[in-house]
Ligand binder design. Sequence first.
Ligand code: BTN
Length: 321
Amino acid sequence: MSRQILHALKQSTTFVSGTALSRACGITRAAVWKRIKALRKKGFIIEAASSRGYRLVSAPDLSEEEIRAGLQGRLWKRVVLEGSVDSTNTCASSMIAAQMPASGTVIVADRQTGGRGRLGRRWISPGGVNVYMSMILRPEIEPRHAPFLTMLAAVAAASAVSRVSGLDVQLKWPNDLMVRGKKVGGILTEVRSEPDRITSAIIGIGINVNMAAGDFPDEISETATSLFIAGGRHHSRSRIISEVLNDVEYTYREFLQKGRGYLLQQWRHRNCTLGRKVKVVTGNETVKGLAMDIDGDGMLIVRMAGGSTKKISAGDVTFLR
Ligand code: BTN
């Protein structure tokens, strides 16, 4: 109901009367007033004038209402916004263990106290500035194709963030979102599966949105960036989240219909890895050479000095001069 009130207020540049709102939403004027108070509590600034009605002055930069209002498709059934959590991926995992939430559930948090990155690293997650979101899906694909869910999220997030920010967001293999050579976001996918099928997938996305340069810890200050640092503008986190969800939905449907080839093509189109001299640190070795391509399974093909090639399934890429 609050969503309908918000929608009606947004449609108008001036005041909307209580009567008009009560008609539009099919509720009493007293109920409209109750909803306005609830929206104000969530950070919406709504002016009320006795003879004229209500006017939306400003919206908070992160709210469930704004995220939902920006959604275009039908995939996302439920959006849960939390203030502070350890990790949205861990939250999603506990939800799955407790109640098997619907495919299409999204958990968003303002802040994470134990944000997790790939390879057991921590993900810096201060409150009030960035996007931390985890999507629960139940795709009918084989467990060995799980890396394509990461690729799907990376392609979709890069396209949504590029569109909203106007920045050129590129992909570094396997899952880094890069702006001007620095990391602006990453994906952490965790799946549960039976031998022949994935039973649930949690796709976590972290994007540095409004973080300032001095906010990064020393160890990543040279390699990480935010949309604000790169583009000089603050962004609404709700808008970024709904646009990412819209693009994930579109890309997910295309992937289910057209297959892995479609994703590989989209990833290649946005990548900044292929054709570069790289150092790849994997669990047990370091490989140096020319990043040639990714194969049909998403593995990175590197040609080494002697001319032989190596396929790598997981690792950390650094660019060499
Ligand atoms: C990486 O590049 O190392 C992956 C980073 C993934 C971070 C996101 S933030 C939302 C979700 N919750 C987590 O704890 N991690 C992912």
